[in-house]
Design a protein around this ligand. Structure first.
Ligand code: ADP
Length: 298
């Protein structure tokens, strides 16, 4: 097991941040750690990386007890904190050399990391001359210098413009091919773009812990259809897996199905059977985004 968190609780003074959090992650998984602001994501990441201690509970990373052996565990962890503290007056290569010396990593590893995160053309520049997206790459390069098995990334894409977002997401996905990655975000599309698994937390507890495929099975399919003639709602009972039908007027209906299979062909068959013609048809899926909003606003 790459990550094993068991019954972790953390309170700051009187503010409860984590309440009995438990989850585990297998090797090679990319996990989206999702939750609204203040849910406890950063707190859990700081505990996982050994920077703060929980009040109770246990945390193992790469089979190492983080609470007992934080320094040993940190050898297996690459961490990109939320406000990535780069020395902005340093040159990229110089900064990475400095980081390598801290982790006692051979200098020969640096160029490989620069290449891996796509910094080759920027490595001679000062960090403060780089865009936010490239500064995040410097943080990612520093996090992978010592070739850790587990990467913990706290909101790695916050503040990036749309192009940088796509690039940094692709980079995280690439890194996830050889490492276990836990990254926090409050953007659901990000999870859909990168992750195998989603953990949604709210107020310090786990609301959902599922693979992306499992979550996508919960999609509802909404089809808006216009028929050439009148129909009565009870006729829709002939359709399997229909959840609801809403009359929008002028022979237009909004039909909701609890199904992942595309129901449009079935709707054409249904129309034919009922001597109707389909004039227009559009499909809308209830996305993970709306599921997340629903869950976290309850
Ligand atoms: P997230 O990363 O999901 O936004 P955090 O882990 O930062 O959430 O915060 C969880 C809760 O703990 C919030 O209510 C936050 O205000 C509180 N908190 C976080 N850090 C501290 C701190 N150092 N002192 C007091 N309260 C804190």
């Amino acid at each position: 097991m790459s990550i094993q968190v068991t019954s972790v609780c953390k309170t700051y003074n009187t503010q409860k941040a984590l309440s009995e959090i438990s989850f585990s992650a297998d090797k090679g998984q990319v996990i989206g750690f999702l939750g609204p602001n203040g849910a406890g994501k950063s707190t859990l990441m700081k505990i996982l990386t050994g920077f703060i201690k929980p009040d109770t509970g246990t945390v193992f990373v790469d089979e190492i007890d983080v609470l007992q052996n934080p320094l040993k565990a940190q050898k297996s962890i690459g961490y990109l904190p939320e406000h990535n503290p780069l020395y902005s007056d340093m040159y990229v290569r110089e900064y990475l050399q400095f980081q390598a010396s801290i982790f006692k990593v051979a200098k020969s590893e640096i160029e490989g990391c620069i290449e891996k995160v796509g910094l080759t053309l920027e490595a001679h520049k000062k960090i403060n001359q780089l865009s936010k997206g490239y500064q995040q790459r410097v943080g990612l390069a520093a996090a992978i210098l010592h070739n850790p098995k587990v990467l913990i990334l706290d909101e790695p894409t916050t503040g990036l413009d749309p192009n940088q977002l796509v690039e940094v997401r692709a980079l995280i996905k690439e890194l996830g091919k050889e490492k276990t990655v836990l990254f926090s975000t409050h953007i659901m599309q990000e999870v859909e773009a990168i992750c195998d698994r989603v953990i949604i937390i709210k107020k310090g507890t786990v609301l959902i812990d599922k693979t992306l495929a499992e979550l996508q099975k919960n999609y509802q399919q909404i089809i808006k259809v216009i028929f050439n003639d009148k129909i009565i709602a009870s006729q829709f009972h002939q359709l399997e897996l229909i959840v609801s039908s809403k009359d929008l007027g002028k022979n237009t209906w909004e039909l909701t199905f609890e199904n992942e299979e595309d129901m449009r062909p079935k709707l054409f068959d249904f129309a034919q059977k009922n001597n109707l013609k389909v004039l227009e048809l559009s499909l809308e899926n209830k996305t993970l985004e709306s599921l997340f909003t629903e869950l976290t606003s309850r």
